[in-house]
Design a binder for this molecule. Sequence first.
Ligand code: 3EB
Length: 330
Amino acid sequence: MDSKNNPIKHRYIQVNPAQIGEALLSFRGLQINANDAANCIVTNNKSTVFTMPLTVLAQSPGFQELWSDGSAVLIKSDEGKAELTVAQTSHHLMLSFQCADLPLAESVKEVYSTAYQFAHQQGFEHLIRVWNYIDQINRIEQGTERYQAFCVARHQVLEDLQQLETPNPAATAIGGHYGHNSFVFLFSHQPGQVVENKRQVSAWQYPRQYAPKQPRFSRAMQYGDLLLCSGTASVVGHETIHLDDLSAQFDECMVNIQALLDESDVDTPINEGVYRFYLRDQKLMDQVLAKLQALKINDFVLLEGDVCRENLLIECEAVFQSARKTVKLN
Ligand code: 3EB
């Protein structure tokens, strides 16, 4: 990637900073048997906690995922059709939405159009990262899988807002079972750089078998000294490989994460990322934990979640932070 013509001048976001100013957002999952899913976004004057509507199966000791840019955070909430929580600094805008009661396509249209319009009004032009947590993501409704309905609605909003030509954010789309569709958007004043994976067809160029309108995400976004990897699974070309083989799917995820690191200017060993793993079948959890231990991945949460393609058993996302590679001048 060509970073030498793109000097970094402003303060970028950090994940799990050593000295946390005010956090824009922290993420957590549900404890097993918890009944707090209804209360997905909690704020006090200092910070916002977004609860993923997914059960935590395991996490590394002391795991936390805090996003901060070190500057003061302003928090507001808004009761529209979807519950919106805004956390804003002079550099970044985090929008968290929770919609318990709307049909999926309506939620997606409401949330995506509100997010883009709100961000643009506030002068945040660049969408860097999105998390989509969709209830019962693989269920068929009126002949269409809910993940596909989500893709169609997302595409429709982007088309209506003339955003189909703008760079796609890094993204995650994962299914839960707690009755919530919830979404988080990170916008910035500064653009990120799209990082694609040479082993994979870009999602927005997928053949139509996966969704009538293609998914709109980049495989990763490089943003300052961060590499934000999207939900990454055992996909090569555009196909799922290693059907019914968790161990091989896990290994393929890691090969894909390494491919993203190699493609970026972020020079961090693969085990030093901050990881979320989403596992479809909690009975396979011990296999995943053994893999994590073998790879010396020490900063992770393992969540029970449905990956958006039914034949994917596991997906991961990761954030890497590093000094930049020295740019070679030849
Ligand atoms: C894949 O490689 C897995 O639709 O926003 C991963 C991350 C996936 C984000 C999305 C979908 C999305 O195709 C699926």
